[in-house]
Ligand binder design. Sequence first.
Ligand code: HEM
Length: 223
Amino acid sequence: MQFLIKSSVGKKLIMAITGQLMFLFIVFHLIGNTSLYFSWINTYAKHLHDLWPLVWIVRFVMITLLSLHLVFGIQLTLENRSAKPDAYAIKKSLRATFASKNMIWTGLIIAGFLLYHLLHFTFQVVHPEMSAKLNTDVMGLPDLFSMIVFGFQNFFILSLYIASLIALTLHLVHGLQSSFQTMGLNTDQTQPVIAKAGVIASLILLIGYASIPVVIFIGIVKG
Ligand code: HEM
């Protein structure tokens, strides 16, 4: 345990494991969100909330993963910045991409986005008059659908989501391949495949998530 939280290899391993587990959440969350396209999101959310013990376990796990990822991410960045550049670091910086150089910034943007997102859709305090806790649909279910549609008709909220999703994509493009490398799961042969698969997965998530606010903003999905 001491090794994990004290050494830089241990911290990287924690970053890799927590990052990959949060990636799974992001995949399942998108699958759940697609229920909006079939006007099922209120029913989907009702079924989910009926499983409240499971929801609270996932929330607890997610808060733990996010806290570890954030704390060790900031620590590693500070350690890297204060370390003297050696030959390995110089060689590495020649290979650095925009995504890899800006992991701390894209990570902090995602953290800020998450705070706003929770205030918007979970605590429902951004537009309290549209809160699904107050408004119900024809079946008497909390009206998440109208709350989401109302939110994404606003250009400022649309832009905020798109900008944050671009930051998430950049973060995932580097984070996914780097996590496999840290776990020692890539070899010279598998490295290009893993890198390509990571880019494709990140782009699918970007298109999937961004499509929701965009189709609402341009009026394809209406309240
Ligand atoms: C267009 C994109 C998105 C939509 C429409 C959306 C929709 C929602 C909704 C409706 C909820 C509240 C669920 C409920 O209480 O029943 C929610 C919660 C949440 N979302 Fe999103 N989301 C989006 C993007 C994201 C992204 C990109 C992330 C992660 C990076 C994310 C992470 C979360 C988290 C952590 C929660 C809290 C879950 C909980 O209440 O336990 N969301 N989202």
